[in-house]
Design a protein around this ligand. Structure first.
Ligand SMILES: CC(C)(COP(=O)(O)OP(=O)(O)OC[C@H]1O[C@@H](n2cnc3c(N)ncnc32)[C@H](O)[C@@H]1OP(=O)(O)O)[C@@H](O)C(=O)NCCC(=O)NCCS
Length: 178
C-alpha cells in the first residue's frame, strides 16, 4: 500500500466510501465513451469501490485540500517487468493538468519503486485527450492496430471493431526525457 503526494493531489488506494465520487464520473456517458464498460449505477459503484479497495492496480486521485476523489489511475502489472497505465477523470476536472500531474507521479513511482522496465498504454485513436496526455507524458506511439478489438455490437449483433494506438516508454527514456 502506498500513497503519493504531488503539488495539488493525493494519490491513494480506493476505499469502499469512495463509491459516490466514483459514481459521479462513471455514470457520465461522455467520460466512459471510450471505456470497455457501460455507465455504472449507484449499486454498481458501491460494488466497484469495494472491489477496487482490494486491488492495488486501482489508484484514487484526490484533490487538495478537500481530498475529493476526482479520478482514477490504473497501473497493472504485465509480463517482462512491464506495467500498463490507464486513467479516467471526472469531467469537471479535465483541462487543468491533474491527469498529467498524477500520471507523472505514478510513472515515477513505477520506475523507481516497482522497478518497472517499460510502461505501456492503449487508447482509441479518436480519443485525442487520451493520446495527447500520453504524449505529454513523453510516451511514444509504437503501434496503430487496425480493427483489433470491440466492446459493443451493432443491431445485428456484429462486433463494432475499433482501432487501437499503442504507447510505450522505457525506464531509461523516462530518465532522459527533456
Ligand atoms: C484522458 C483524460 C484523463 C485527459 O484529461 P485532460 O484534462 O485532457 O488532461 P490533464 O488533466 O493533464 O489536463 C491537460 C490540459 O489542462 C491544461 N492545463 C491547465 N492548467 C494546467 C496546469 N496547471 N498544468 C498542466 N496542464 C494544465 C493543459 O494545457 C491541457 O489543456 P489542453 O487539453 O487544451 O491541451 C480525460 O480526458 C478523461 O478522463 N477522459 C475520459 C476517460 C478516458 O477516455 N480515459 C482514457 C481511456 S484510454
Amino acid at each position: 500500500m502506498y500513497e503519493i503526494e504531488t503539488n495539488r493531489l493525493w494519490i491513494r488506494r480506493f476505499k469502499p466510501e469512495d463509491w459516490w465520487d466514483l459514481y459521479e464520473y462513471l455514470s457520465d456517458r461522455d467520460v466512459i465513451k471510450y471505456e470497455p464498460y457501460d455507465v455504472f449505477t449507484e449499486d454498481e459503484c458501491k460494488t466497484e469501490a469495494m472491489k477496487r479497495a482490494k486491488d492495488d492496480a486501482f489508484l484514487a486521485v484526490c484533490i487538495k485540500p478537500s481530498l475529493k476523489l476526482i479520478g482514477n489511475i490504473y497501473l497493472g502489472e504485465r509480463e517482462f517487468d512491464t506495467w500498463e497505465l490507464g486513467y479516467v477523470f471526472h469531467k469537471d476536472f479535465h483541462g487543468k493538468g491533474y491527469a498529467t500531474e498524477s500520471c507523472e507521479a505514478v510513472i515515477k513511482h513505477a520506475f523507481t519503486n516497482l522497478k518497472a522496465r517499460r510502461i505501456i498504454a492503449h487508447c482509441n485513436p479518436e480519443n485525442t485527450s487520451s493520446w495527447s496526455l500520453l504524449e505529454r507524458l513523453h510516451m511514444r506511439r509504437e503501434g496503430h492496430l487496425r480493427k483489433n478489438i470491440y466492446f459493443k455490437t451493432d443491431e445485428h449483433n456484429n462486433p463494432i471493431w475499433l482501432d487501437t494506438y499503442e504507447y510505450g516508454i522505457l525506464a531509461e527514456e523516462w530518465e532522459l526525457r527533456s
